[in-house]
Design a protein around this ligand. Sequence first.
Ligand code: TMP
Length: 214
Amino acid sequence: MKGWLITLEGPEGGGKSTQIALLQEYLKQAGIPCTVVREPGGTAIGDRIRGILLDPLATDMAVRTEILLYAASRAQVVEQVILPALRRGEVVLCDRFVDSSIAYQGFGTPWDREEVREVNRMATGGLRPDRTYLLDVPVEESIRRLQKRGRETDRIEQKGRSYHERVRQGFLHLARREPDRFLVVDARRPIQEVFRVLKGDLEQLISLSREGEA
Ligand code: TMP
């Protein structure tokens, strides 16, 4: 049986972790094996790379370094966690993946997007998500939600408003380019409503591909 790689993407404060926890619980109740990972991180090595990437004091990090570190963390989690889980036939719920690098580093910074894609092709061995849920949220709402959390902001969150606007538009651009892979959901909707949409889609995806196998 083949597994499914499902990624959740979007700007900060879109509620990705909440939705992942709900989907994980739903899959558990349904008896469907599932693995959850977050990026950057998801492995011991990746968590250390995450510490460097998000350090609020690392303000002098070169964009090239940033791109490579995100890709390095990804390479580790693909090899160590994602591919083995897919081989076991599990659903892998991934909190951010390559699309985040394209949106944040490729659209947020002036770096050549094709180069970001190329580095990530190398990092993932060309692995692509079966489905991507884009939890879209306008920048003002995103900022409001981050402020409400009341914790110290990390290095990426500290970047300016126009950066985050480019990132959001980058995600929406990616979704328009691949409408069959992306499902865009307005993350301002109530948590349970967003969950119902994602759950319905996931159920359909799994039952369709099981029918194909039968
Ligand atoms: P998180 O807040 O969703 O855990 O993500 C950590 C931060 O890293 C977030 O600001 C988005 C950013 N990020 C990138 O800039 N590029 C990437 O490839 C990934 C995975 C995350």
